[in-house]
Design a protein around this ligand. Sequence first.
Ligand SMILES: *Cc1c(COP(=O)(O)O)cnc(C)c1O
Length: 360
Amino acid sequence: MSRVYNFSAGPAMLPEEVLKEAAAEMLDYQGSGQSVMEMSHRSKVYDQIIKEAEADLRELMNIPDNYKVLFLQGGASQFFAEVPMNMMKNKKAGYIITGQWAKKAYQEAKIYGEAVELASSADKTFSYIPDCSDLPITDDMDYVYICENNTIYGTKFQQLPNTKGKVLVSDISSCFLSEPVDVTKYGVIYGGVQKNVGPAGAVIAIIREDLIPDECLPGTPTMLKWKTQAENDSLYNTPPCYTIYICGKVFKWLLKNGGLEAMKQKNIEKAKILYDFLDQSKLFKGTVVKEDRSLMNVPFVTGNEELDAKFVKEATAAGFVNLKGHRSVGGMRASIYNAMPIEGVKALVEFMAKFEAENA
Ligand SMILES: *Cc1c(COP(=O)(O)O)cnc(C)c1O
């Protein structure tokens, strides 16, 4: 067996330890005589799996008691609609457009009410985070929305926007559990788990209880009402059982390895290796302004499309896979989530240096 270094933006690498544990439990989960894939979501044994996953996530992120943790389906993309459906009392909200995912959320919100663009970095292909210290936020806005780490463009909010007292909603799909967060600064934090937490199939939403409304916009499906999900502890219907089980294993792996502060230090160290190389390279160039660089997604280019393609091809053959940039940006992108070992980043940089020497 030989495993590659997988730089995919998502679904992405998972810790090998977690995969091995899941493999060992595949046929018989802890003496139950069944795989977790086969068991009832109403069984005692599954109840313990989902409860323990929530408790471990609460510990990892230091989530206060007045926040609900929901495990949902439909991906982050469906949550783009759930936010206005559950939160647009005044039918007006502010969106900061820092990339494609923020834009998609903004466009989705427009279906339900007035979504206002508060700031945007579209003018420079989303290569920076706009100044959010004094945004045109009005009193009648129900919330302010951001995409905190921009998976495609490789930027991250280093500082949260000044929301002028409005509730902050943040999509953290691609920086989930990559570093500590102060949950109290947000009304709603959510993300698809397939980037940095687990296999595809679940969204985790952390929602301040007072923001879970009795009434949603007319026509909101039962499943998409946060109240339905909150009152049933994410078990209103069959949840993505296996995905939640693997997420739970990743939470335990994180706790065992020092929690989110330790993860942050590792992620800083890994990203620095790659960014330092890009900054001195004569062939490769990072595409993002230095101060807004993401620790998770690192886009770069050679400036020559043919050379980019040659690099991706040779890298793939050498066991560095999924380095092709998003179709909207081109070039390359290395996603270096929690599960990417530092050896993987070092090996990639060595490979890039060799490619540079050969193609000078
Ligand atoms: C991948 C991604 C999404 C979309 O996730 P789906 O689960 O595929 O809907 C949304 N936001 C961000 C920041 C992402 O990285």
